[in-house]
Design a protein around this ligand. Structure first.
Ligand SMILES: C[S@@+](CC[C@H](N)C(=O)[O-])C[C@H]1O[C@@H](n2cnc3c(N)ncnc32)[C@H](O)[C@@H]1O
Length: 230
């Protein structure tokens, strides 16, 4: 009997914000597939999952190198999916962990896309996304009434145009386009919150442009930009 591949959302970083469903599945999986950069098992997602995993759980390492060549990337993604398929075919239940929700800008999505066509049983377990945790923390709703909401993970010439279309915009992975973002913020003079490491001990909230300019923006930073909110 073949196993199941699980994509598990671990939540935004606060260990209490994991779902019961994720816990139940973590308790029964045989193999954890870990991206190579997180091989030391020091990743936040792994630390949150660890109390629920079987002792001495088997792991397989997947390499997702930071390269630009799309063709090479596609080959590597297929190889990674193949590694998982091998274990599933042996009857093992394999899980891949994602911070936040697995369907939002995660590496899991590439595995899902490559494994879908293989007649493998796949289950995605949703998680609380980072921006939900940030909105809750700030006590400011993302959208109400007929407002519009968008999520962005990169910056191009269209970005400035869409600022007018959305009442709330979430900017993820901002360390890659911080300077462009600051330029726009200075121009539009709109309320923003830059939140780093939400739910963790080193959580930090900035809503001053000068402070944003001067601090070192880490990968675990998200910005929420509001139109017409205090
Ligand atoms: C690859 S995306 C993953 C998003 C995730 N799947 C989710 O649902 O939130 C990584 C981005 O998520 C955001 N992020 C992840 N953890 C965060 C945290 N603890 N605090 C603030 N932002 C975080 C940052 O914008 C980071 O660049």
């Amino acid at each position: 009997l073949a196993g199941i591949f699980y994509g598990i959302g671990i939540g935004p970083g606060d260990p209490d914000l994991i779902t019961l469903k994720a816990v139940k599945i973590l308790e029964k999986i045989d193999i954890l597939a870990i991206p190579e950069s997180k091989k030391e098992k020091g990743s936040v997602a792994y630390q949150i999952a660890k109390p629920f995993l079987k002792k001495n759980i088997e792991t397989i390492t997947l390499v997702f190198p930071m390269i630009i060549d799309e063709q090479k990337k596609e080959i590597i993604r297929k190889e990674n999916a193949e590694k998982i398929k091998l274990e599933i075919d042996k009857g093992k239940n394999v899980a891949f962990l994602t911070l936040g929700d697995p369907m939002i800008y995660s590496t899991y999505i590439y595995l899902l896309e490559n494994l879908k066509s293989n007649n493998i049983l796949i289950q995605t377990i949703p998680g609380i996304t980072t921006f939900s945790a940030i909105s809750a923390k700030l006590g400011i709703p993302i959208v109400k009434g007929d407002e519009k909401f968008g999520v962005i993970s990169s910056f191009d010439k269209e970005t400035e145009k869409i600022l007018e279309l959305f009442d709330c915009l979430v900017f993820m992975k901002i360390s890659a386009y911080k300077n462009e973002l600051i330029k726009i913020l200075k121009k539009i003079n709109r309320k923003f919150y830059l939140v780093s490491n939400v739910g963790k001990e080193n959580e930090k909230i900035i809503s001053d442009i000068g402070e944003f300019e001067n601090e070192e923006t880490t990968y675990f930073s998200t910005m929420i930009l509001f139109k017409g909110r205090d």
